[in-house]
Design a protein around this ligand. Structure first.
Ligand code: PMP
Length: 341
């Protein structure tokens, strides 16, 4: 036997996350709710997978050369992942972030050594939107590539080739529904396609925050947004190349109160400190589960950890100033959420 320890390099440590059983929630709902623990990736979020596939694709095609610069516009997590993984392969990064994102993510990017460019949070149609700024910086910087997580389909492919099959294996094929939100659409598209291929009858439901157009798009075929949300990293007003391959049977919209209540429920009852998009996903998964026969299994994505949102989602002062202090006992808040669909 060979006893030489080889270990994993950081690229190989991305993925193969556990599929966690949310035990108390499952018992309360009478259906099994499982969460893919993407916050356990080396960079702390689901975006490690997209970053890994985007970097490896750019290396394979020769776009990314030794000592190259990776440029990206991101709500934070993709930048964190690209910067960390990039350093491991000798690249530097320029990360363009809208200034309404959590300070924790921005500080983390700086500590990791990214060249952080904060830009005003303006709509996509504005040329100063972080997406367009990142594209221009990449065009103007010698040796730079634009990661382009929204339209670079290496992103969804990463989930199609890894996240989806991992979920299928971990469930032994016993999965009745997949529920998740979309930021670029990479996760939802890749996983929904991989699972539908293996089990055409699986129910795939897009979970959307207010302020996003995807709910109306899946429900009625029109890109139309209503309201706003405090949840970071998810919700879009356009169809990205990554979202295009999504297989959505239905959509469900989750309001901020439900997300906040669920985030605090998960800390209190399941011992899980998660970000807002993960809490929104779990709330949506619980509501979808209740419409399925008892004993069904629903899988969702636990996108990132709550440590990145201590000054918002887990700050009483911040929550109070936004009228979102959690108040519910148990899961009573899900009853109210049912009506917000
Ligand atoms: N949650 C968080 C916290 C994110 O940063 C992102 C990525 N923007 C998502 C969910 C959505 O993932 P995807 O881009 O694969 O749709």
């Amino acid at each position: 036997m060979n006893h030489k320890a080889s270990g994993l390099d950081i690229f190989a440590a991305v993925g193969n996350t556990p599929l966690l059983r949310l035990s108390k929630l499952s018992a309360a709902v009478g259906r099994t709710i499982l969460g893919k623990a993407e916050f356990l990736n080396p960079g702390g979020s689901v975006k490690d997978r997209a970053a890994k596939f985007i970097i490896e694709d750019a290396e394979r095609t020769g776009r990314l050369q030794p000592g190259g610069i990776i440029v990206e516009g991101t709500a934070g997590n993709t930048g964190i992942a690209l910067t960390m993984l990039g350093h491991a392969h000798g690249y530097t990064s320029i990360i363009v972030v809208p200034d309404d994102q959590s300070l924790e993510k921005i500080e983390l990017l700086r500590v990791l050594g990214a060249d952080v460019r904060l830009v005003p949070a303006v709509p996509f149609a504005d040329p100063n939107n972080y997406y367009h700024v990142a594209r221009r910086i990449a065009q103007e910087t010698p040796g730079a590539i634009w990661a382009d997580q929204f339209n670079n389909t290496a992103n969804a492919r990463g989930h199609y080739e890894t996240t989806g099959p991992e979920i299928w294996e971990a469930c032994g094929g016993q999965v009745d529904a997949f529920v998740a939100s979309a930021g670029t659409g990479g996760t939802f598209a890749g996983v929904s396609a991989a699972l539908k291929e293996r089990k055409p009858s699986i129910r795939t439901v897009l979970a959307d925050p207010f302020g996003s157009s995807l709910y109306a798009y899946v429900k009625h075929g029109v890109l139309e947004a209503q309201g706003d949300s405090i949840v970071e990293g998810i919700g879009i007003k356009r169809i990205t190349d990554n979202f295009r391959s999504a297989r959505a049977d239905d959509a469900i919209r989750i309001d901020d109160r439900t997300t906040v209540e669920m985030a605090h429920y998960l800390v209190r009852e399941e011992g899980l400190l998660l970000g807002g998009s993960a809490a929104l996903n779990v709330a949506a998964a619980a509501l979808v589960a209740r419409d399925l026969p008892e004993g069904s299994t629903v899988v969702t994505i636990l996108c990132d950890g709550g440590g990145r949102y201590l000054s918002r989602l887990y700050s009483s002062a911040w929550l109070e100033s936004n009228g979102l202090l959690p108040a519910a006992a148990g899961l009573t808040f899900l009853e109210a959420a049912q009506h917000a669909r």
